[in-house]
Design a protein around this ligand. Sequence first.
Ligand code: ZN
Length: 341
Amino acid sequence: MKNGTGLVVGVDLGGTKMHAAAVDEHGRVLGEARCKTLPDEGAGAVIERIAKIVRDAVKASSHPLADVQAVCVGVPGGVDAHTGIVDRAPNLGWEHVPLGPELSAALGGVRVFLDNDVRVAVLGEFAYGVGRGAQTMVGVFVGTGIGGGVVVGGRLHLGARGAAGEIGHMCLDPSGPRCPCGRIGCAEALASRTSIERDVRALVKRGRKSKVLKLMAKENRPRLTSSVIARALADGDKVMRKVMARAQFHLGLLVGNLVNALDPEVVVIGGGIAERLGEDFVTPIRAGARERFLVERDADHVRIVPTQLKDQAAPLGAAFVARQRLGLVHARTTDAPKSAP
Ligand SMILES: [Zn+2]
């Protein structure tokens, strides 16, 4: 490959599975590899598996490892981008793990960058998905929790201390349920997959009939999955429909608040449920959000859309971050919209 335009590898490191994509300078995925994370086997074993899927993805791209300019890993937790150390990743049981240096060593010295998994997914949609051509975008990722990110002026908004974008902990109901963060009524406590499961179980306990628990048992997975949600909705399960409508109502509030605060061009709804249900998931959220809009014309100007890249958002975004850190891409400052009247 020509110098300065080479291959980068983006990795999405999740608590249950990991996914690597070898990406060229146009954002094309040339090769991919996936495997289970198995965090119980310890950080060393996980890092070895990351190295393996990076090699496998590069192999699938028909390039030698020597063509890889950098690897970037999206980590489910906090990272120190300068030292390459994962400060804390609860889903992996990690604290102070030197992922960057160790992965680099395992890959023969390839440069390794780290970033947060949700942030890279937002950047993936921004650079290569629904956000292409936009300057201002909000990403809302609904999964076990609710994560997000805000792109302003073509750049991820990090805030004064790098802590911006925690939109899952925006309070939507001060008398609502407790959130894993310890506070009351956060969006995450009202509309994440975890809270959907909690509400389904509560209704079943109160005697409402639902197939959801049976579907869960059939899948033999400990937690409610997006596939069970989709199946139950398709079967017309009343409990699932009721609980989902409530989650969508709260997501509509969240998106409406975000639009009023940030005036974005695009709001992308991602995560497992959005990947599976797509427009069906987003339609009620969009309708709810629009009721909150203060500026009438926003209804036609703000695109509220499901993820386009689906499970490639995070690896593609990680690849984009790698290219940014290498100085191969710059913020899109040249085509900024004219200031509002
Ligand atoms: Zn919270």
